[in-house]
Design a protein around this ligand. Structure first.
Ligand code: G3H
Length: 249
């Protein structure tokens, strides 16, 4: 898919009934019900979304996957192969909330990236700095270190999501200059480490809302958005999806 991608990350939210109502409303909005829009739902609801979206060009995404292989004695784990089997096109890898609460290491994330690619799923590697790292002037170094995991992988099959941790869920969206600087850094680093700058798509995430989507998505090197809270509200999400279409040259 060329063009800009909007991915709604429901995080740990949803119930069968409310999912049905939300997806029904999304299917009735032409700005949402189209190619280039994906929903990352909790594992428990991915099969429901696969069924509800069976006739839609919208994609489903996983919020994580097992570091372990295709099958085996790994109680509670969900493998990349299983996620592909139920129709997942994308999977978030290393979201900052998982790095924070579940202490995901670089080695674990590297294995998850490999598992995703081997299963035919496009991984979305989430990177971002803390406010303390930014205030110390370390934000570029932190992101470059997080990107090094991609050095051995095919750049055309990986998406990066830049999410300043201090902007997630806070309503404090990064400034246009901050976003421009970080997205440019990510593409330059990818060009230097594995010659894939043009191929690597970079999404922005961190308090993307209806009232800031136009400006955010119009920035060079912003190839789409990873939307948390606003993806649970069909009106807001529709405006963000519309902004994505409008800013795609
Ligand atoms: O995955 C989504 C990001 O964590 C952003 O979440 P947010 O839009 O609620 O700030």
């Amino acid at each position: 898919m060329s063009g800009k991608l909007v991915m709604g990350n429901w995080k740990m939210n949803g119930r069968l009934d409310s999912n049905r109502k939300l997806i029904k409303a999304m299917l009735e909005d032409a700005h949402i019900n189209r190619d280039g829009v994906a929903i990352a739902a909790p594992h428990a609801y991915l099969m429901q979304l696969s069924d509800l979206l069976a006739a839609s060009p919208m994609a489903i995404a996983a919020q994580d996957m097992s570091q372990f292989g295709l099958a085996g004695a790994y109680t509670g784990e969900v493998s990349a192969g299983m996620l592909h089997d139920i129709g997942c096109r994308y999977a978030l890898i290393g979201h900052s909330e998982r790095r924070q609460y579940l202490s995901e290491t670089t080695a674990v994330l590297n294995q998850k990236l490999i598992n995703a690619l081997e299963a035919g799923i496009t991984p979305v590697l989430c990177v971002g700095e803390t406010l303390q790292q930014r205030e110390a002037g370390d934000h570029l170094t932190v992101i470059r270190d997080q990107l090094d995991i991609l050095a051995q992988l095919a750049p055309t099959r990986v998406i990066v999501a830049y999410e300043p941790i201090w902007a997630i869920g806070t309503g404090k969206v990064a400034t246009l200059d901050q976003i421009r600087e970080m997205h440019t850094c990510i593409k330059q680093h990818c060009r230097q480490t594995h010659g894939g700058a043009e191929a690597v798509r970079v999404l922005y995430g961190g308090s993307v809302k209806a009232d800031n989507a136009d400006a955010t998505l119009a920035i060079d090197n912003v190839d789409g958005a990873l939307v948390g809270g606003a993806s649970l509200d069909v009106e807001s999400f529709g405006i963000i999806c519309q902004a994505c279409l409008a800013t795609y040259a």
